[in-house]
Design a protein around this ligand. Structure first.
Ligand SMILES: Cc1cc2nc3c(=O)[nH]c(=O)nc-3n(C[C@H](O)[C@H](O)[C@H](O)COP(=O)(O)OP(=O)(O)OC[C@H]3O[C@@H](n4cnc5c(N)ncnc54)[C@H](O)[C@@H]3O)c2cc1C
Length: 507
């Protein structure tokens, strides 16, 4: 058995890995985590997708405590502005359109109704969409049988506080934290396996399995083992971000249950509401807009006072050729970075950790296991990448060179196939392994204006009057349930927030 795991890096990836290993393999190995106060973490991963709840629940974390400690808010989805066309607005909400009828997806009936007698806009059948529009949120367990509970939620939180929270949690479970900068890595002369890392202080730390959570540097995977990087910037051309924290203007400034992604001229701007501030950033392609112009745009578009100097982050979208090589696994930014539009990074970290635990190696480091891990991680990265490319490619904007490039660029065959399948008859061709499944794809496809040419013929089996009756009922149920929900603020105040939120509610 592996006896000693050494994690290099204490950002979100490092501490999530340490926490999960100490929870799921507590007796199998000792976990050591090395981090350096001299090297800052990226610290801007603030928006998540619902998968994070499975991760936290797996650790046995108390959700209310975690939300209080990280200034977290609930997230029902992402609001996309100006993506399909300037002035357009839609949400990718974490839940379904209506109910299926006779095992055929709701949207197929809706498309037929649209062609014939007409139907309400499709988002009016989607509970988390309507709740987001009204800034509402109710803390409920998912219930597939009730339209009012057929949704998922995620969190928006302070990433630095999340890492600190997991650090406390992991240290209590026996993880050893070592402060220091790794300056040297030793490999076995014959096998090339990593044997130890040495810190600036001279301290040498040996291990059996090394996890590279050193961020964009990829200290072990790239700098030591020489594993290269697949550059995907011809599909995902953004390569810079300015990030800043912003104070709420006053206590009436809304705290919505969603992240906002507003498309600009050479990229897009995020706004992530936390309990005490927002996180804002302009993600852009430096080939189309300069760093100075992007900073001006960011500052023009924020809605309160900046709380710090904006920080510039530079990156190349893509993925490392291998994520597991010899006795080293890269997790986090060292493994790749797609870009933050759909909050996929923390989800990919989580995916890698769970896959590693399921395929945890013996001392012999079986090559089939390594291969299987890499194969499955490739699928996760490529599917997430294709979903992201869809947002850029499926635009009608022609107002800047950036959008002209995105609209006309060549796209991966797999994505082209999915778009063709949808265009033909409204099917999404998703796979069960996807991070994003049918309802996620549908919302972006419909949201950005794609219209299928026909619908699934099984729809015609149900009498049109019956379809009309069922759709009308679903529409009413969604409207009623969304109106009856408490506001996001009320739920936060009651569930997990301190004085900041309670003060907002007291008039
Ligand atoms: C602009 C931007 C926006 C993002 N937004 C989101 C989002 O909304 N949602 C989301 O899920 N993700 C987002 N991400 C991604 C997210 O920030 C990262 O996936 C996450 O923070 C994990 O980073 P990391 O731990 O891999 O690396 P880092 O945070 O960079 O941590 C690296 C660690 O390695 C240590 N280290 C490095 N070199 C050495 C050395 N020589 N010796 C010792 N220690 C060393 C550092 O001290 C640090 O502790 C965003 C990323 C960017 C760039």
């Amino acid at each position: 058995m592996i006896k000693k795991v050494v994690i290099v890096g204490g950002g979100t990836a490092g501490w999530m890995t340490a926490a999960a290993l100490s929870r799921h393999l507590p007796k199998a190995c000792q976990v050591h985590l090395i981090e350096s106060d001299q090297i800052a973490t990226v610290g801007v991963g603030e928006a998540t997708i619902p998968a994070i709840r499975t991760f936290n629940a797996g650790l046995g974390i108390d959700e209310q405590e975690f939300m209080r400690e990280t200034n977290a808010t609930f997230k029902l989805g992402i609001r996309f502005q100006n993506w399909g066309e300037l002035g357009e607005d839609y949400y990718h909400a974490f839940g379904f359109y209506g109910f299926p009828i006779n095992d055929v997806s709701f949207h197929q009936y809706w498309m037929k109704m649209q062609q014939n007698s007409g139907a309400a806009p499709i988002h009016e059948y989607n509970m988390p969409y309507m709740a987001s529009v009204f800034d509402k949120f109710e803390h409920k367990q998912f219930d597939n049988d009730s339209i009012a509970s057929r949704y998922f939620y995620a969190f928006q939180f302070d990433a630095a506080l999340y890492a600190q929270y997991l650090r406390k949690w992991s240290e209590a479970k026996g993880v050893t934290r070592i402060e220091g900068k790794v300056t040297e890595v030793s490999q076995h002369p014959d096998t090339g396996f990593i044997e130890s890392v040495t810190l600036e202080s001279g301290m040498r730390i040996e291990g059996d399995l090394f996890i590279d959570c050193s961020g964009f540097r990829a200290l072990l995977m790239n700098q030591t083992l020489g594993i290269g990087y697949q550059d995907w910037s011809h599909w995902l051309p953004v390569n810079r971000a300015w990030a800043v924290s912003t104070a709420y203007e006053n206590k009436d400034t809304p705290i919505p249950p969603y992240t906002r992604a507003r498309a600009l001229t050479g990229g897009w701007q995020w706004r992530i509401p936390l309990q005490n501030r927002t996180g804002d950033g302009n993600v852009f392609s430096e080939q189309f807009i300069s760093e100075d112009q992007a900073l001006d745009q960011l500052l023009e578009n924020i809605e309160g006072k900046p709380m710090n100097e904006p920080r510039l982050l530079r990156f190349t979208t893509g993925k490392r050729d291998k994520i597991w090589h010899k006795n080293c696994v890269a997790i986090g930014l060292s493994a790749g970075f797609l870009e933050p539009l759909e909050s996929t990074s923390i989800a990919l970290i989580q995916g890698a950790i769970l896959l590693l635990i399921r395929n945890f190696p013996n001392e012999d480091f079986d090559s089939a296991t390594e291969h299987e891990f890499n194969r499955r991680m490739n699928i996760k990265y490529e599917e997430s990448r294709n979903f992201l490319i869809l947002h850029y490619h499926l635009t009608r904007r022609n107002d800047t060179d950036f959008w002209n490039y995105c609209r006309t660029m060549a796209i991966p065959d797999e994505l082209k196939h999915r778009m063709d399948v949808f265009r033909h008859r409204g099917h999404t061709a998703h796979k069960n392994s996807d991070l994003f499944i049918e309802h996620n794809w549908l919302q972006v496809l419909f949201g950005q204006g794609m219209k299928p040419e026909s619908y699934d013929p099984r729809v015609d089996v149900v009498e049109p009057q019956e379809v009309e009756r069922l759709l009308s009922q679903m529409n009413k149920d969604v409207a009623q349930a969304a109106h009856a929900m408490p506001s996001h603020l009320e739920t936060l105040a009651q569930y997990c927030a301190g004085d900041l939120i309670s003060n907002r509610l007291s008039k």
